[in-house]
Design a protein around this ligand. Structure first.
Ligand SMILES: Cc1ncc(COP(=O)(O)O)c(C=O)c1O
Length: 377
């Protein structure tokens, strides 16, 4: 268990922030790294050509460590949608084949597949929520040799419901189905090993559980796609771009590995050092330890909320860092207002409340949340 790390963040005592799935706060040293980056851009003589490569390589290596990959397999991207678009552009689909998504999946991992299906006269197949056997059984039942792509998360963004990616990956490999993962709501808090899952592409926006800045994420590209076609053709992704004096000796060859998929201006001088500082801290805490600590927290919240009739998925069925509390009926209309009055930040959606803590949360936060529920229910 990791003790409370609130002192590393700039979170006033009277704020209860249980909304990491929306956007994480920044660590103080991540803010400093960003400020230093802005200060360097104000004095550009402090930015040298090697800087265009050193920080991206460091960021790539750190993200790779998080998922047990190597830097060669990682591209720097601005968003999840950029990564799914790159995947869609590089996966073969034939007329009549199926592209699998989950019901209510995040749009960045749905729209590209709808477009691809339109282009190839393929079909997007949606897996619906069902009874007790959860997503995994339904996904496994749906994957056949007709399934070209399974585009999935590790846990569902609305309630944290878990998918057994090892089982899904095995079924994908048996059927020649490409596996594309959106890890935005899991990487940084839920362990994942690409060596055992072997996805084709896996992308994550970095501003939630990776605790980084907005507009910066990472894309894992499996080695068999390293010769693919990037979405854009930026100069820095081409071989020899380190030599600024000879950039107009145009090259057809790319930088090695997944680097050809890097976004233009990926060497962002403020955002990238922030991502590096955040990834260093996550690795120091350890993702297993983060998951264990957050699981303990969400279990305690579930237990305290049960007397009010609020229910959650069983511990093994949801990711430990993610809690969707279901109300027996409609969410009381006064609840969002009462939460706001007490500076309690969660997401209220439909008939449930999404509570997503991190290491800055403490027992006072839990008590504050419970006391609002007590008065509102
Ligand atoms: C599951 C999931 N994927 C992706 C995103 C962000 O997508 P993008 O980076 O394309 O804006 C979110 C944001 O809430 C999300 O919850």
């Amino acid at each position: 268990m990791i003790p409370c790390q609130r002192y590393l963040f700039d979170i006033p005592e009277d704020i209860t922030y249980f909304n990491c799935a929306y956007m994480s706060p920044l660590l103080k040293n991540v803010v400093s790294a960003g400020q230093e980056g802005v200060a360097r851009k104000a004095q550009p003589w402090r930015i040298t050509p090697p800087d265009f490569f050193a920080t991206p390589e460091r960021a790539r290596a750190l993200f790779a460590k998080l998922i047990n990959a190597t830097a060669d397999n990682i591209a720097i991207v601005p968003s999840c949608s950029y990564g799914t678009a790159a995947a869609a552009q590089n996966l073969p689909v034939s007329k009549g084949q199926k592209l699998l998504v989950l019901q209510d999946q995040f749009p960045s991992n749905v729209y590209p597949w709808r477009e691809l299906a339109k282009e190839w006269e393929a079909e997007v197949e949606t897996i619906y929520r069902g009874g007790n056997n959860g997503w995994t059984t339904r996904i496994l039942d749906a994957i056949t040799s007709e399934t070209a792509i399974a585009a999935l998360p590790h846990c569902h963004w609305t309630d944290g419901s878990l998918i057994d990616l090892e089982a899904v990956s095995q079924r994908c490999h048996e059927n020649g189905t490409a596996l594309v993962l959106d890890l935005t709501q899991s990487i940084g808090a839920l362990p994942l090993d690409v060596q055992s899952i072997q996805p084709d592409f896996a992308v994550a926006a970095g501003y939630k559980w990776m605790m980084g800045p907005y507009t910066l994420g990472f894309l894992y590209v499996a080695p068999q796609h390293h010769h693919g076609r990037p979405l854009e053709h930026n100069w820095i992704a081409r071989q020899g771009s380190e030599d600024f004096a000879r950039l107009v000796d145009y090259k057809m060859e790319f930088q090695p590995g997944a680097r050809r998929f890097d976004m233009g201006e990926g060497a962002n001088f403020s955002a990238l050092p922030m991502a590096v500082a955040a990834l260093e801290q996550l690795l120091e805490w350890g993702v297993d330890n983060i998951q264990a600590t957050l699981t303990d927290m969400t279990d305690r919240i579930t237990e305290r909320a049960a007397p009010f009739g609020l229910s959650a998925l069983a511990p093994g069925d949801r990711a430990g860092h993610f809690l969707g509390l279901g109300f027996p009926g409609e969410v009381p209309t006064s609840l969002p207002e009462r939460l706001a009055q007490k500076n309690v930040f969660v997401s209220v959606r439909g008939q449930s409340m999404r509570v997503t803590p991190h290491l800055y949360n403490n027992d006072v936060d839990i008590e504050r949340l419970i006391s609002v529920l007590e008065t509102a229910l």
